[in-house]
Design a protein around this ligand. Sequence first.
Ligand SMILES: O=C(O)CCC(=O)C(=O)O
Ligand SMILES: [Fe+2]
Length: 202
Amino acid sequence: MSYYRQKNNAFAASYLDDLRGGILACPYFAVNNLNRDFVDTKGFSVVFQRSGLETVAQKFPFFKPYLDLALESTCNAFYLNPLLLREGSRVDPHVDRSLRSYCKTINPPDGVSVLYVQVPFALQGGELVLRDHKRQVGQVKPQENLLIHFQGDLIHSVNAVKVPGARLSLVCEQYNLDESELREIPEFTIESRVVSAKRSHR
Ligand SMILES: O=C(O)CCC(=O)C(=O)O
Ligand SMILES: [Fe+2]
C-alpha cells in the first residue's frame, strides 16, 4: 500500500466555507487538550463509534459531508478533531493513537484523513511531514480543500507555521477495532477544554 493518497478540490467551495464557519463558531473550540506534541494549537475532539455517526451528524451538521466522503467502510471507531495552527504553532513527531485514553492496548489507526479547511495566503512552513521509521515518505504542503489520507502507523509532524493567518485542518483517525476494544470506546463523546472547565466548576 502507498503511504498516502490525496485528493485536490475535494468539496464544493461553499461547503468549505460552511465547515470553517461551523468549526470557528463552535462553543467547544478552545486551546487544545491534545498532548504536549501540539504546541500552541486550538481545537476539540469528537470520539465516536460507527453506531454514533448519526448523533455526530445531528450535533455537528457541518461535519456530515466530510464524514460521508472521508470515512472508510472498514473502520468502526473514530477520533475527529478540527485543529487550528497560527504563526509559530507546530505539531511535534507523533503517531496518532488518541483512542488510547479509552483502551490502553489499542493499535494505531488504520488510516488518518486530513482536510485543509483554511490555509494562510503564501503559506511558509506548516507542511505535514510523514515518516516510516526514520525515512521520510511524504511532505504535504497544505492547500485549501486538499483531502489527504495516510497510513495510520506513520510518524508525522507539522512544521512550524512561519506566516500570519490561520491553518485549519480537520483530522479523523480511523480505527478498525475488535469487539472487546470497541466496547471501551464511547458511542459518542466530545473532548474539549470547555467541557472539562465546565465540569470542574461543579
Ligand atoms: O493538520 C495536519 O496536517 C495534521 C495534524 C495532526 O497530525 C493531528 O491532528 O494529529
Ligand atoms: Fe497526528
